[in-house]
Design a protein around this ligand. Structure first.
Ligand code: PEP
Length: 257
């Protein structure tokens, strides 16, 4: 049985004050006895420590939105995984579509980061997903295969207890368009089969595959009900407690069934 993971990607949003209020609301509303659902928030780098202190021992994890693949040194503007661990960060998002398409990160760049983050004990949430034009030209599975093959190149089966995959169709991110439950399930099935073919049935069964792309309280339950959807990576709605908390609640309720 895979444990749901609901992760909030705050992107380049919030101030120290608004982020703190958001984290405080989550600590207050997410039941501390909740073991059924893993909850993660990924604030911007400058607020990681503050938010980490607020979530404290609540069980809510703090993750970064990126990292660099080198050890600490002369890499102006970058953030080492050692620094993330040092401040209590337990996860890192890698390969987010905004980093792929705006910051021009390649699968090779992402793979270097995946390797470094895993080596330093971080949980990696590897994001993959196709553009609208790629879906329209029926390239979705080809794109997913390329991103999985590139991002996970050289990754040993033994690392999979630290790896989560997030399927995020680019056309659904921040657009208000959501993949239908069938579209999401079909991509998730493809990814699970990919893990089976490239690793093993055990790894395919155990690895969580999150859906991301305009997840909101009104569509979360249906998406999370799909057999191969093991949680959500939430952008816009994770900035509003009144939207993020019902998504977490939906996951908690579904895990009880
Ligand atoms: C994201 O940033 O990963 C995301 C899915 O954003 P949104 O929920 O706003 O579409």
């Amino acid at each position: 049985m895979r444990r749901f993971l609901v992760a909030g990607n705050w992107k380049m949003n919030t101030t120290r004050e608004s982020g703190s209020q958001l984290a405080q609301a989550l600590v207050k509303e997410v039941p501390t006895e909740n073991q059924a659902v893993e909850v993660l928030v990924c604030p911007p780098f400058p607020y990681l420590t503050t938010i980490g202190e607020i979530v404290g021992a609540s069980g809510i994890g703090v993750g970064a939105q990126n990292c660099y693949h080198e050890k600490p040194g002369a890499f102006t503007g970058e953030t080492a995984t050692e620094m993330l661990s040092d401040i209590g960060c337990r996860s890192v998002l890698l390969g987010h579509s905004e980093r792929r398409h705006i910051l021009k990160e390649t699968d090779v760049d992402i793979n270097l980061k995946v390797k470094k983050a895993l080596a330093d004990g971080l949980q990696v949430v590897l994001c993959v997903g196709e553009l609208q034009s790629e879906r329209e030209s029926e390239q979705t599975e080809t794109v997913l295969n390329t991103q999985m093959t590139g991002g996970l190149d050289g990754i040993d089966a033994s690392a999979f207890d630290q790896i989560v995959i997030a399927y995020e169709p680019v056309w659904a991110i921040g657009t208000g368009l959501t993949a239908s439950p069938d579209q999401a399930e079909s991509a998730h099935q493809y990814l699970r089969n990919w893990l089976k073919d490239h690793y093993s049935s055990e790894i395919a069964d155990a690895t969580r595959i999150l859906y991301g792309g305009s997840v909101k309280p009104d569509n979360a339950r249906e998406l999370l009900s799909q057999e191969n959807v093991d949680g959500a990576l939430v952008g816009g709605a994770s900035l509003k407690p009144e939207q993020f908390i019902p998504i977490i609640q939906a996951a908690i309720e579904l895990s009880a069934n």
